[in-house]
Structures are given as structure tokens and as C-alpha cells.
Design a protein around this ligand. Structure first.
Ligand code: NDP
Ligand code: MG
Length: 396
């Protein structure tokens, strides 16, 4: 029997790859809702093809979407994010994929967990912001939450996910020595440090291996993406930060590893194609085709691993400290990074200023014990104000 699925951030890189996997298994899912920010042509095309019961966009785009959908598809009702009572039905879809980018996806993560949907989380920023509160929420509602982010999905597969049916998210991995979190190092792994001030947004989003949305591509270039993942792993696998080691692996074939006390290291390998972790979580504990290319080991030129260079990647160093602090500084780091990345993408600041903006915000606002979701949202809002002040000072 097919399961209803809601995809938050359906027009983005993860959203579209999810729809591609679903397209390959037409009898498995009924696309219940697709959401986006704007009434883009991509959203219209996806509504035409998948005929969801609901399409949700931000207020400014509602009337545009209604008129664009006229004559294309009369089955889809258009909602705004403000229609909270109508959204309740969507949060309760049998399966939810959260693939909005940034803190804007917080509600979709929290509410779908509260509604007891099976939640496949790609949207890492809310995990980083909420930390321990997310653990509490999941335990309280008994929701099944599975990680789509490729590194977390690899760790999931190399730990409980492997034994099928047994995995409990947000619990410790038994016998764990270390988690080895791999990252490619992004497009500037070998760029002269002095030249980083001249790199353009176009160069920063041109990731050597993965094809992703603009924000996460810049995060990969600064390795803030790995920093966010340290915190994501810290909560998702209830692992102390000192047991999480980042390893630079330029080929992007090993998606992360779990090292156990007996000396065994389990790794998950695969083509760098997000349809693999998407398919893994959509069908877990079963395995179904994803459309990704199979790995041809004999054609690989080699697999390299190296220590990260904290001078090249100051965001990574900062994220380690934030992970150890464990409180509101994670939300501050995340929000100020979102502001700094947006400023860099619109050519307001130079690339190395991203790390400076984030560091200033974290230093100015400090770390406090997380009390509630409202407390985190307040930290996020405050961080954005402080970050904008820094951006103003550093603007080109
Ligand atoms: P994209 O930028 O490609 O897509 C973002 C999606 O979110 C779009 O559907 C966009 O709608 C929607 N969106 C953006 N802002 C808002 C907003 N304010 N309100 C409502 N909807 C909004 O992002 P990605 O798919 O690359 O990334 C999505 C998430 O998944 C991120 O958290 C990222 O870190 C994570 N992730 C992504 C990976 C990847 O390979 N791309 C890998 C691992 C994790 P619209 O098109 O209308 O703007
Ligand atoms: Mg990742």
C-alpha cells in the first residue's frame, strides 16, 4: 500500500532528488504535499507531475501559485505557511522529508515530529539549533527520525541502521570509539590562503563533487557544513564532541566511518549522489534502487584522507568549540552563518569574512543553557542582528 509523503523544500536539490526516487517507485508513495518559498516554474512542474493534495508557499507567492496552477491541476489546494491549522494535516503525513534550507525549516521539523510522522531529516540547521530539545521531543512523541544528510546516513548504516529494525535515533552507539566524519574540503582545498579574499560566489558554489543548493555549497567551501554536522552527529548519535573526528577526504566516496573499541572501522561507500541516502531513508529497513550510479572500485584512482587545516577552515575550529559548549551558541553560530553566507552570495562581503562574522557573533553573545524552543528562536534573532552589524562593518 502506498504511503502519503510531504516534502518540505520540494523545489530544491534534496526535494527534487527525493521526487526522482519516488518517480522510480510510483506505487510506493502518494505525494500528499509539496512546499517551497515561491511559486517557481519548478513547483508548477512538480505539482503537474505528482498532483499533490496541497502545495504550500510563503504568503507573497500564494496568489501567483493559485493563478499559475489554474488549468494545470485542479486537484492541488494552495496554502500559505500562515494557515497553521490547515498545515496540521500535512505535518501528519505518514512520511515527511524536511529539505528546506536553513532555520526557516524549523517548524516543519518540530511539527512533523510532534505529529508522529516518520521524519527524514535533511535540513540540518534545525537539528543544530535545537540540540538536546530535539532529543527530548523525539523521545516524548516516539517518532521515527532518520538522517538523510549523507555523513549521518553513513554513520546510521554503520551502526544500528545496519541491523535493520533495531535503530533508535538519538541513542548512543554501543562500543563506539570514534566517529570519523568525512568531508571533501570543498572547492578551495588547495587555493592559496592569500587568494581566498578574491574568490567569487560562483567559484564557491561550484562544488567539485556534489551538486547542491547555494547555501550548503558555500558551507562546504568554508567547511562550516562539517562544523554543523559535528553538532548534528553530537545530538543524533548522542556522542560527546571529543569522539567526533573530521577527516578530509577529497574524493567523496567514503561518506563517514564508525570506529569501534575492538579496532574495527566500518565505512559506508557509494557514488556522491544524495539519492542513495534519500532512498535508504525512504525505504528503510528495506533497500530499493535509487537511480545512482554503482561504484566501480577498480576505476577509482585512490582514496585519500588527511587532517583538516584549521587555518584554512576557521569555521570548523569554531564549530568544535560550539559543540563542546552545548548551549545556545549553536543557534547563534548557525544564524550568523546564514546571514554571512547570504551577504557573501550577494557580494556584500569577501569570502574570509564569513568566518569573522560568525566568530564575532559567537564571542559577543556567548553560550547559555537551552531552555525552550522560544529561547532558541530568540538567540537566533539576536544573532542575526549582531551578524548584520558585523557585515555592515566588513562590507565591500
Ligand atoms: P536548496 O536551496 O536547493 O532548496 C531549498 C528549498 O527550501 C527550496 O524548495 C526552497 O524553495 C525552500 N526554501 C528556502 N527558503 C525558504 C523559506 N524561507 N521558506 C520556505 N521554503 C524555503 O537547498 P538544498 O536542497 O541544497 O538543501 C536543503 C537542506 O538539506 C539544507 O538544510 C541542507 O543543509 C541539507 N542538505 C542538502 C544536501 C544537498 O546535497 N543539497 C546534502 C545534505 C544536507 P524555493 O525554491 O521556492 O526558494
Ligand atoms: Mg553532509
Amino acid at each position: 500500500m502506498s504511503r502519503s509523503i510531504a516534502i518540505w523544500g520540494a523545489t530544491g536539490s534534496i526535494g527534487q532528488q527525493t521526487l526522482d526516487v519516488i518517480r522510480r517507485h510510483p506505487h510506493e508513495f502518494e505525494v500528499f504535499a509539496l512546499t517551497a518559498r515561491s511559486a517557481s516554474d519548478q513547483l508548477i512542474r512538480s505539482c503537474e507531475e505528482f498532483r499533490p493534495r496541497f502545495a504550500v508557499v510563503r504568503d507573497h507567492a500564494v496568489s501567483e501559485l493559485v493563478s499559475k496552477l489554474k488549468g494545470v491541476n485542479s486537484k492541488t489546494a494552495v496554502l500559505s505557511y500562515r494557515d497553521q491549522s490547515a498545515l496540521t494535516e500535512i505535518y501528519a503525513a505518514q512520511v515527511t522529508v524536511t529539505a528546506v534550507t536553513g532555520a526557516a525549516g524549523l517548524d516543519s521539523v518540530v511539527e512533523s515530529i510532534r505529529a508522529g510522522s516518520r521524519v527524514l531529516i535533511a535540513n540540518k540547521e534545525p537539528v543544530v539549533m535545537l540540540g538536546r530539545l530535539l532529543q527530548d521531543l523525539i523521545h516524548k512523541h516516539g517518532t521515527a527520525v532518520l538522517p538523510v544528510d549523507s555523513e549521518l546516513n553513513a554513520i546510521f548504516q554503520c551502526s544500528g541502521g545496519l541491523s535493520g529494525g533495531q535503530f533508535q535515533p538519538f541513542q548512543k552507539i554501543a562500543g563506539l570509539r570514534r566517529i570519523l566524519l568525512t568531508g571533501s574540503g570543498g572547492p578551495f582545498l588547495k587555493t592559496e590562503l592569500d587568494a581566498l579574499i578574491h574568490v567569487t560566489p560562483q567559484q564557491a558554489v561550484a562544488h567539485p563533487i556534489w551538486s547542491m543548493g547555494a547555501k550548503i555549497s558555500v558551507d562546504s567551501a568554508t567547511m562550516m557544513n562539517k562544523g554543523l554536522e559535528i553538532i548534528e552527529v553530537r545530538w543524533f548519535f548522542d556522542t560527546p564532541p571529543e569522539k567526533i573526528k573530521v577527516v578530509v577526504h577529497p574524493q567523496g566516496i567514503v561518506h563517514s566511518m564508525v570506529e569501534y573499541e575492538d579496532g574495527s572501522v566500518l565505512a559506508q561507500l557509494g557514488s556522491p549522489d544524495m539519492r542513495i541516502p534519500i532512498s535508504n531513508t525512504l525505504f528503510w529497513p528495506d533497500r530499493r534502487s535509487s537511480g545512482a550510479e554503482f561504484l566501480n572500485l577498480t576505476q577509482l584512482s585512490g582514496l585519500n584522507f588527511q587532517k583538516p587545516d584549521f587555518i584554512r577552515y576557521p569555521c570548523l575550529k569554531l564549530a568544535h568549540a560550539v559543540a563542546r559548549a552545548g548551549g545556545t551558541s549553536a543557534a547563534v553560530m548557525n544564524a550568523s552563518n546564514e546571514e554571512a553566507v547570504a551577504a557573501f552570495l550577494s557580494s556584500k562581503i569577501h569570502f574570509p569574512c564569513i568566518a569573522r562574522v560568525v566568530r564575532e557573533s559567537v564571542e559577543r553573545l556567548g553560550d547559555h543553557r537551552v531552555e525552550s524552543i522560544e529561547h532558541i528562536q530568540a538567540a537566533d534573532a539576536q544573532a542575526r542582528i549582531v551578524a548584520r552589524e558585523s557585515i555592515q562593518k566588513m562590507s565591500i
